[in-house]
Design a binder for this molecule. Structure first.
Ligand code: GLN
Length: 541
């Protein structure tokens, strides 16, 4: 009999419910239970594919080509499981389905209503995952906070799931305890109100996870227990952490996993977080440092600078660093600053490794190309990801092959040398207005060419990596690029070049896919591992 754990949030958004859900899954996994996780996003977008990265953070790409919420990335990383696009449910998908069914006449004349028809659709989606997955426990995280207008139907749907599965559903409510500077004291009132709202919907939390700057003290614990009707021991402290991968260990110290299993009437089947702990300690205890720069553009939101758009790149750097035993100092450089002279390219000398990550559109492109040229000439370890790879090819075409004005047609549709371009079949689809169908999305096989750097790194003939892009290395230009020394060391089934490298450099490599999506804490991606080891070497100069 499968169990469900529903994770809701209160007081503020951005509480780290995703990390909480993933960490809880990790603890249960370590106790011998198979888990999966579903993320519910109450927005009306069908998926995250069209969301602005500065506002919503990165788009996570699943193996089956879903463009979804970055929380799914946390789940896949922490739990080392492969999720599908069906593991991310949005209001857009639910309403689309309900309205389509109504149009097809499938409701047979009934009045179609939020409850039960919309909630039925939500439940169907959750049960579908439960039925199809060979797991013991399904974690369901509901985005937003209780009290939001938009997640009411989702909360009602999980309440119904609780009704339909007596003893097999637990509710975990993640709250925030602010410590206002002027008071200097941790306040519980907003949390009390949020639990009150949850109870009005008919949900009584079984556990409360108390997020705060510091550890929960006894006075506050008693107060929350009293007002929220949750046993004192079932309130779990979740203080701010520098290293989020430590959270499963913090949960384990408080016996969170065992308490959950006990409520389910289950017994732990062992408990093993040893390798996880070694990874977390390696991250925290490394003394040797490497300076890595991500040269991108999606950093600013209002008056704040957030690297959220590159979260998987950052995590992949950390996984690789733990394996190489170094501490990564990651800097974020806005490539536009090279274009307008705010930054001088020489500043790149201070870095041990450079990454130009994925992106879309023309903003900051010339600055990225300038940085790539500098990295190539000065032989600074370089990794280009997706757009970063395409621009690496553009730079090589312009400055090594002498193809002046070479470009990607994404930026310059009329360039004389479209080294990165749409393939004929894509152009045809675009003319028909079929934009979505022109993207290469999700996991695909890449054949690695023998006797190349990529082969030395992957040590395999074939890998599966995840893609999310539209433009391709133009087959008409690969010869001239190769004749001038660019080595294409990875090719997809359709013959398109997917990895490029320059052999006589320390490390100068780019991939059309996003290796950050397959990096896991205990299994860093080989390309990131290479960057960090070469960076370590350079840092010792
Ligand atoms: N804009 C490029 C393309 O669509 C690269 C996309 C990316 O970096 N994810 O092909």
């Amino acid at each position: 009999m499968k169990r469900f754990i529903i994770v809701t949030g209160g007081v503020i958004s951005g509480l780290g419910k995703g990390i909480t859900t993933a960490s809880l899954g990790k603890v249960l996994q370590a106790k011998g239970f198979k888990v999966t996780a579903i993320k519910i996003d109450p927005y009306l977008n069908y998926d995250a594919g069209t969301l602005r990265p500065t506002e919503h953070g990165e788009v996570w790409v699943t193996e089956d080509g879903g463009e979804i919420d970055q929380d799914l990335g946390h789940y896949e990383r922490f739990l080392d499981i492969t999720l599908t696009k069906r593991h991310n449910i949005t209001s857009g998908q639910i309403y689309y389905e309900v309205i389509s069914r109504e149009r097809r006449g499938e409701y047979l004349g009934q009045t179609v209503q939020p409850i039960p028809h919309v909630t039925d659709e939500i439940k169907n989606r959750i049960y579908e995952i439960a039925d199809k997955s060979a797991v013991d426990i399904i974690l369901v995280e509901i985005g937003g906070v209780v009290g939001d207008y938009e997640n009411v139907l989702f909360l009602d749907a999980v309440r119904q799931i609780w009704m339909e599965n007596p003893g097999r559903v637990l509710f975990i409510h993640v709250i925030y305890l602010p410590i206002p500077k002027t008071l200097g004291e941790m306040k519980t009132k907003p949390a009390q109100h949020s639990v009150k709202m949850l109870r009005e919907i008919g949900i009584q939390p079984d556990f409360i996870v108390a997020r705060s700057e510091s550890v929960l003290d006894e006075v506050r614990r008693r107060k929350i227990a009293l007002y929220c009707s949750v046993q004192k021991d079932d309130i779990i402290s979740d203080p701010d952490l520098d290293n989020v991968y430590r959270l499963p260990l913090i949960f384990e110290e408080q016996g969170f996993g065992d308490k959950i299993l006990a409520k389910f009437g289950l017994k732990p089947r062992g408990s093993d977080l040893t390798s996880w702990k070694s990874f977390v300690d390696a991250l925290d205890n490394a003394t040797e440092e490497v300076n890595i720069a991500i040269i991108g553009k999606y950093f600013e939101i209002g008056g704040y600078r957030l690297p959220d758009a590159y979260v998987s790149v950052i995590e992949a750097i950390r996984h690789a660093s733990a394996a190489i035993n170094v501490k990564p100092n990651i800097s974020y450089i806005d490539s536009q600053a090279f274009e307008d002279g705010r930054l001088n390219l020489e500043m790149l000398e201070d870095y041990d490794g450079l990454i130009v990550p994925g992106g879309f559109g023309s903003i900051g492109v010339e600055g990225k190309i300038m940085a790539i040229e500098y990295a190539r000439k000065e032989d600074i370890p370089f990794l280009g990801l997706c757009y970063g790879f395409q621009l690496m090819v553009v730079e090589f075409a312009r400055n090594v092959c002498g193809l002046k004005g070479a470009h990607t047609t994404e930026v310059d549709p009329h360039t004389r040398y479209p080294v990165v371009d749409l393939l004929p079949w894509q152009k045809k689809l675009l003319e028909e207005g079929k934009y979505g169908a022109t993207m290469r999305l999700g996991g695909q096989e890449v054949y690695i060419v023998k006797d190349t750097l990529a082969y030395r790194l992957y040590q395999r003939d074939k890998v599966i990596e995840r893609f999310r892009h539209r433009y391709e290395i133009n087959p008409e230009f690969t010869h001239i690029l190769e004749d001038n020394g660019l080595v294409f060391s990875g090719v997809s089934e359709d013959g398109i070049k997917q990895i490029g490298e320059i052999a006589d450099k320390k490390l100068f490599i780019g991939s059309q896919f996003h290796p950050e999506f397959t990096s896991r804490p205990l299994k860093p991606n080989p390309l990131f591992k290479a960057l960090i080891s070469y960076a370590k070497e350079r840092s010792r100069r």
